[in-house]
Design a protein around this ligand. Structure first.
Ligand code: SF4
Length: 378
């Protein structure tokens, strides 16, 4: 998921920054973390946890570290992703490169044969992201160690690269184990990004987490149009289910809102489209809403542009011109979109929220404006 701005906790009652708060008389017993097994398998093919009828395979990995530091990502928050790869398979997803990186490293380390490497990359290099899902088992031990390096008041975002509540979570419950562990902390700020109503399973945990920390749950939705969503996102939950999940979280007392990202130029950026989303967020009780334009990284182009060519052929030339020299949207377009979003935030009674500030903004941003917003600006 694209970068977002989450304000740090205003104050803290944490006795050890970012660490488990021990010996608290009022603390309820914590559920056991995932069991630690003796040795990770030498070969990824030995670590297959499950294989679905449609061919999706789930593979166990045991990373030494699970928190990505701001220095390693270039973002100003820590991030955590319980899975590598995502079954939702959104055409615009920029996280495919993370999957490719894991596969290439496993191949280099001799954990994948050449044939397996080809299978784990897929014919076009992007399919495996949706069909070969790496499950970070035994994550809690590594998380506990990593948390010792997180200073008080810092932000940790869960789900920056893959959805933490994708279908695999129903069975493997890695995200739930992470949340259970994080409820020991206080004085931190947490963001969670998901498209899945499965997050409502953990509403109680989220409420508990926000008793001592700042929590923002971002339900991700780029359109209220179910048919358009199905075209753009192969297997994501329908928009209505996501809005119902948002309502449930709000009713449970969780600080939750909507993230509209990416806004797709010429497809979902018109005023009626965005206005409908903001109205739906308001009706669901969202505490905040923010939006940001598409970034078209190389790993996205291979998957996304053929879909544009098939369903929106008139836009192909505009996209190619606008994103020819950079991954981010042209500056004039991004500014016009930001103005539109701010006016819609005001119209629907939301506070100004520029959570989608692009943290990868290059020092010199091209100024071409080929992607004018559709319709007149509000
Ligand atoms: S849900 Fe998020 S991580 Fe999963 S494919 Fe879609 S954009 Fe990527």
């Amino acid at each position: 998921m694209p970068g977002l701005r989450i304000s740090p906790a205003a104050s803290s009652a944490c006795n050890v920054a970012g660490r488990a708060v021990a010996n608290r008389a009022d603390r309820r017993p914590l559920e056991l973390p995932l069991a630690v097994t003796a040795q990770p398998p030498n070969r990824l093919s030995d670590a297959v946890l499950d294989e679905r009828l449609r061919g999706t395979r789930f593979v166990s990995i045991t990373p030494q570290r699970v928190l990505n530091s701001p220095a390693s990502t270039g973002m100003d928050y820590w991030s955590l992703n319980p899975y590598v790869g995502c079954e939702f398979g959104c055409s615009y997803c920029y996280a495919r490169y993370t999957h490719r990186y894991v596969v290439e490293r496993a191949h280099d380390a001799g954990k994948l044969t050449d044939a397996e490497f080809a299978d784990y990359r897929g014919e076009h290099g992007w399919e495996a992201f949706e069909r070969r899902i790496f499950v970070k088992e035994q994550i809690v031990g590594a998380l506990a160690a990593d948390l010792k390096h997180v200073p008080l008041g810092e932000t940790i975002v869960i789900g920056t690269a893959t959805d933490p509540y994708q279908p695999a979570e129903r069975r493997f419950r890695i995200t739930r184990a992470v949340l259970q562990h994080l409820t020991r902390c206080e004085g931190l700020s947490f963001g969670i990004i998901t498209k899945s109503p499965l997050i409502t399973r953990d509403a109680e945990l989220l409420v508990k987490l926000q008793q001592r920390n700042e929590v923002q749950v971002h339900i991700s939705l780029i359109t209220a149009d179910a048919r358009l969503a199905r075209t753009l996102e192969a297997r994501s939950p329908i928009p209505a289910a996501r809005l119902r999940a948002l309502r449930k979280l709000i009713d449970a007392g969780v600080n939750a809102g909507l993230i509209v990202a990416p806004v797709l130029p010429g497809i979902t950026d018109d005023l009626p489209h965005l206005d409908a989303l903001f109205a739906a967020a308001k009706a669901a009780g969202a505490r905040f809403i923010h939006a940001g334009a598409l970034r078209l990284y190389a790993a996205v182009r291979d998957r996304f542009m053929p879909l544009i060519a098939e369903h929106f052929p008139d836009l192909v030339a505009r996209y190619e011109r606008a994103y020819a020299r950079q991954a981010g949207a042209p500056r004039e377009y991004a500014r016009a979109l930001a103005r539109r979003v701010q006016r819609l935030q005001k119209k629907h009674g939301f506070a100004k929220n520029d959570g989608m500030m692009d943290r990868y903004r290059p020092s010199r941003v091209p100024t071409q404006g080929e992607l004018e917003l559709r319709g007149s600006l509000p």
